[in-house]
Design a protein around this ligand. Structure first.
Ligand SMILES: [Zn+2]
Length: 216
């Protein structure tokens, strides 16, 4: 994993400053993957697409942030203004902050709304990625549930990736027959492991996210 130089970003809402360090190269060697499309790999950074501003407590898309400066170094240099040197790294919203941002209209159109809802869906699945004794399944109501229903409304009928995401959302809603029907629209060999895992999940009446077999 090769980090790129540090950037100083300004919040588009309040102008508050934060830093961001991207990555110029990474790989997914030894990656772990789950049925919701989440990938975790030691050599793949989890860079925020949405930022929760620590100054005004509002969320914004990282691409809407104002680029104040880009450095080739990994650290803000001593010659920079003190505010920049002291600035904290920008961070993604937590689950509740994402729901607040969706309510406040950060989704702005169908495509962004689905993107935002997919991001918070991944976060809401995090507690269930490692099988844990005594962990209660997510409730069948509340904001997580409403988000699944809203995603379903946004996912148009289609094939491949869209159908795969739809099948997984339907499975997590416990709508087994509809999930299995959506899987029929997925024929790409690349998605075979996903199809097998989601189908097995439906058969086992399991609504939790499932880790795919590791390929190492
Ligand atoms: Zn702000």
């Amino acid at each position: 994993m090769q980090p790129s130089g540090i950037m100083v970003l300004g919040c588009p809402d309040c102008g508050g400053v934060g830093t961001y360090q991207g990555c110029s190269s990474w790989n997914t060697l030894g990656a772990r993957q789950w049925t919701d499309g989440w990938i975790s790999a030691r050599m793949k950074p989890d860079l925020p697409q949405v930022v929760q501003c620590i100054h005004c407590d509002r969320a914004h898309w990282i691409r809407d942030a104002v680029i104040l400066e880009k450095y080739s170094s990994y650290k803000v240099p001593e010659s920079a203004p003190e505010e920049w040197r002291r600035a904290a790294k920008v961070k993604s919203p937590d689950e509740q902050e994402y729901y607040n941002a969706i309510r406040e209209g950060l989704g702005r159109d169908q495509e962004h709304d689905l993107q935002l809802r997919t991001l918070v869906w991944h976060v809401s699945n995090h507690p269930y990625r490692e099988p844990a004794e005594g962990l209660a399944p997510p409730p069948e109501s509340g904001e997580r549930w409403d988000n699944l229903c809203a995603m379903l409304a946004l996912l148009e009928d289609g094939e491949g990736r869209v159908a795969l995401q739809k099948a997984e959302v339907l499975r997590q809603l416990g709508r087994w027959q509809e999930s299995l029907a959506a899987l029929e629209q997925v024929n790409e060999p690349d998605y075979e492991q996903f199809v097998l895992a989601i189908r097995a999940g439906c058969q086992a009446r399991n609504t939790l996210v499932i880790e795919l077999p590791r390929t190492e």
